[in-house]
Structures are given as C-alpha cells and as structure tokens.
Design a protein around this ligand. Structure first.
Ligand code: TGC
Ligand code: FAD
Length: 398
C-alpha cells in the first residue's frame, strides 16, 4: 500500500524559548513574515525553483512588509528596526527559501547599506526610499571571474575623466544582477578600491543571467559586464575607500546569513520529524528507532546552539559592541550545521527526500551556495585563525 503524503503545518523549533527574549515589536514582525511565507511562498516555491525565477510579487510584498533595508533609519522611508529584528526576518524568510533571504540581504545589506553609509545626502534621498519599497532593485558587484575569495586582487578599473569616471571590467555570480535597476560596483581607482553606482541603462553596461545552477534556483544570478561605462561624479560613493568599504556591507549580510541558515535548518528538522512519525517500516514509525531518534536529537541540539549564537550576536550588534570575527564564526557555524541537518533530513526521508514534494533537497542544494558566498566556510575558518594567532595564512609564497 502506498502511504499518503500529508504535509503538516510548520511548528517552529524553539527548545530554549529564545524568542521569549524578543521585544513585542520583533515578535509581531516575526509572525507577519512567518504567515506571509506560509501563504505566499510555500505554495509557490517549488514552481519558482523548478522554473528558475524569482516572482515579482514577492518583491512588492517584501517592500510592503517593510523588511528591505529595515535597519536603516526612518528618514529614508526605511523601518529603522533592530539588527535582531532583521535577523529574525532573515530566519523566517529562509525557512521558505534561501533565495528569498538572498534577495533581502543583497537589497538591504549590500546595496542600500553602502549608499546609506558611504553615499552623499542626494544619493540617499534619490535611491533609498524607492529601494525600501522594492521599486528600485539593487545588486552588489564585488566578485570577479578570477577573484572570488581574494577580492583585493580585482582588476575592474575606474579612470577619472571630466565630470565622472570610466569603468571597465567584469563581475560574476552577482545576485539580482539581471533584474537590478542599479549595481554597486567596486573598482580600483588609482589602485584603491572605490564604490560606484551604475544604473541599468548606462551605455556599455550589461547584466546577462548565469543559467544552469543546481542551487538557489529561485534567485537570479548574473554577470556584470562594464565596457567603457561612464559614471557621473554624482554616482561615486565618496565615503568608501579600500576593502573596508565592501567588507562593511559583507559584515551585515553575513550576519543575516547566520540567522537565515537557521530557518532552512528548522524547516528541514520540522519536515524530518513529521516524516519520521508518519513513515512506517517494520511495522513501526521510523521515529521509534534509536538511530532516527539520535538524528533528531542531534538536529535539535545543533539548532538550539545556533539560535543562542545568533540571538546573542544580534544583541551585541544592536549595542554596537561587536567585531567582524564574531560574525564569521556565526555565519560559518550556522551554515555548516544547517547543511548537515539538511543532509540528515534527506536521509530520514529516504527516496522521498530527493523529490520536490518535500523541501529538503531544495534547502540542501541552496545551502551549498550559502556555504560558499559571503566568504567560504574555509575563509571564515582562516579569518578566525588569524584572530587567534595573529598570523594570516591567506597568501603563501611558493
Ligand atoms: P585584509 O588585509 O584582511 O583587509 C583589507 C582591509 O579591509 C579591512 N577589513 C574589514 N573591514 C571591515 N570588516 C571586515 N570584516 C573586514 N575584513 C577586512 C581591513 O581592516 C583592511 O583595512 P585597511 O584599512 O587596513 O586596508 O584583506 P585580505 O585581502 O587579506 O582579505 C582576506 C579575506 C580572505 C579575509 C577577505 O578577502 C575575505 O573575506 N574574502 C571573502 C570574499 C567574500 O566574502 N566575498 C563576498 C562577495 S559578495 C557575496 O557573496 C554576496 S552573496 C549575496 C546573497 O545572494 O545573499
Ligand atoms: P574561490 O575563491 O576560487 O575558492 C575555491 C576554493 O578554494 C574554496 O573552497 C575556498 O575556500 C578555497 N580557498 C580560496 N582561497 C583559499 C586560501 N587562501 N586558503 C585555503 N583555501 C582557499 N559575489 C558578489 O560579489 N555579489 C553577489 O551578489 C554574489 N552572489 C552570489 C550568488 C551565488 C549563488 C554564488 C554561488 C556566489 C555569489 N557570489 C557573489 C560570489 C561568492 O561570493 C564567491 O563565489 C565566493 O566569495 C568564493 O569565491 P570563488 O567562487 O571564486 O571561489
């Protein structure tokens, strides 16, 4: 007899009742985003993932919920909320799909933040309110074909000319590139990394989509090609100088991933628990067998530790009492445990785990990208090890 597949409503794992420490406002936001993910994302995500697109209506809804650039002060049409609230939103979105959290990370932390932190007052007034509603979409061009983990080696160049700059180069793996109205492009001007706002219709600028991903399929990924692109002076970000510019953005996006990856992990745990209770083998639910029980207990243990890490880091960031290595640890750990949990959940689902009737394999495939972008797992290990030893091991003379 074929057993019927019944999808149970999502039950968020919170073993230590950590959400009790959230404010009333943060709880309201959590519930709003959680309900939206249940109503709008879960029923449609497999279609978007299989079709390889990011639905337009999600962008409008994210804007309406006020989660785009939500930590930026209200003067620019943003919500001015806490970093902990932003983390909670990332967690709830990524429970739906990593592509959703990616969209928010890129829009808020990687596109709006550099304009807010490094831009002029005119640039902030011009772009931020439209970006907060989702009417203007941004992307972040740091990685190049030959410079991924080592962005300091980038070859994209800016040259000063009358009234502005000429940009030449190429960026690769850029989330939202093809659908973006503007790109924050990092390029070397007289050998120093600087930031520029390139608009989609600038002559010489194209953003072809990179197809063929087996991961993050409900997210647009693109090349950015810059051939003698003229960027006027008023689209130069005067406050950013050196790698510290893009890294200021990355700290915030990596922080969001530390929370977001827990959403994927929680989705996989929830599905695995339900499946194990329902699936009968050898006359009993598989949840009755000790090996399955150990796997579920290990998932709960790792998720709970990850939640404590994310919550504590969130409050430290809210108090502005943090340093980047703290973010590296949380990003690296929480993505790592989420990926392992997704793999074990896939195992618990047996053959069903490889189908799109369950969210497992999609989360697992997404997390392979999340492990790599915003600094690979190993790069974050090296960042931590440099903090411990004072010795940097990124470059070696052969
Ligand atoms: P290093 O010598 O370490 O530093 C150069 C300058 O940068 C400063 N800096 C930081 N500032 C703020 N926050 C941080 N986290 C910082 N890390 C470094 C540093 O103080 C120094 O400043 P100054 O003034 O002294 O010049 O630079 P390095 O070239 O040795 O870097 C090494 C390394 C490996 C740590 C770094 O390059 C790295 O983290 N690589 C990973 C690259 C990466 O994360 N790329 C992400 C691309 S964007 C993306 O993936 C978006 S995905 C979005 C989505 O879809 O969700
Ligand atoms: P490499 O740097 O070539 O690394 C390959 C392997 O070598 C990794 O295992 C790495 O850990 C290891 N390695 C590298 N250096 C060292 C070392 N010194 N010591 C030990 N091991 C090392 N970038 C953007 O700028 N904007 C975006 O919006 C963006 N979105 C992305 C979306 C997706 C879906 C993906 C997959 C990537 C995205 N990226 C984006 C790019 C991402 O940040 C890079 O892929 C990442 O930084 C790693 O660079 P790489 O792929 O070139 O790998």
């Amino acid at each position: 007899m074929v057993q019927e597949v019944i999808q149970m409503p999502y039950e968020a794992l919170d073993f230590y009742d950590i959400d009790r420490m959230l404010t009333e406002e943060e709880i309201m936001l959590r519930d709003m985003v959680r309900d939206w993910v249940d109503e709008k994302v879960i029923p449609n995500i497999e279609d978007a993932y299989n079709g390889g697109y990011f639905p337009d209506e999600w962008i409008r809804d994210l804007g309406e919920m006020g989660v785009l650039g939500m930590v930026i002060p209200e003067d620019y049409g943003c919500a001015g909320m806490s970093y902990t609230a932003y983390g909670v939103v990332c967690r709830e979105l990524e429970r739906g799909d990593s592509g959703l959290r990616s969209f928010c990370s890129v829009q808020g932390s990687l596109s709006m933040h550099p304009i807010h932190k490094f831009g002029t007052e005119e640039q902030k007034q011009k772009y931020l309110p439209g970006m907060a509603t989702g009417e203007i979409i941004g992307c972040f061009g740091l990685t190049e074909p030959d410079y991924g983990s080592n962005p300091g080696g980038m070859v994209t160049k800016a040259e000063k000319v009358e009234g502005g700059y000429i940009l030449n180069g190429a960026k690769m793996w850029i989330t939202n590139g093809t659908i973006a109205d503007l790109a924050i492009v990092w390029a070397k001007l007289d050998g120093v990394i600087r930031g520029f706002i390139v608009e989609k219709d600038d002559e010489g600028f194209t953003a072809p989509e990179q197809k063929g991903k087996h991961s993050l399929r409900a997210s647009v990924t693109s090349e950015l090609v810059l051939q003698d692109v003229f960027v006027p002076e008023d689209r130069y970000l005067p406050g950013a100088k050196g790698l510290g510019g893009p890294f200021s953005c990355l700290n915030r996006a990596r922080y969001g991933i530390a929370w977001g990856s827990l959403g994927s992990a929680q989705a996989c745990f929830d599905a695995a628990k339900n499946y194990a209770m329902d699936r009968i083998q050898f006359d009993h639910p598989i949840a009755a067998y000790q090996l399955i029980q150990m796997k579920l207990a290990t998932m709960l243990r790792e998720i709970t530790k990850g939640q404590l890490l994310a919550y504590h880091l969130g409050r430290r960031v809210d108090e502005d009492d943090w340093f980047p290595e703290m973010v590296s640890l949380a990003k690296m750990n929480n993505v790592d445990i989420a990926l392992e949990i997704a793999r074990v959940a896939r195992d618990i689902h047996g053959a069903n785990g490889v189908t799109d009737e369950y969210p497992i394999m999609r989360h697992m495939n997404n997390l392979e990208s999340v492990k790599t972008y915003e600094g690979t797992h190993d790069i974050h290990n090296l960042i931590l090890a440099r903090h411990i030893t004072g010795i940097q091991s990124f470059t070696r003379k052969l």
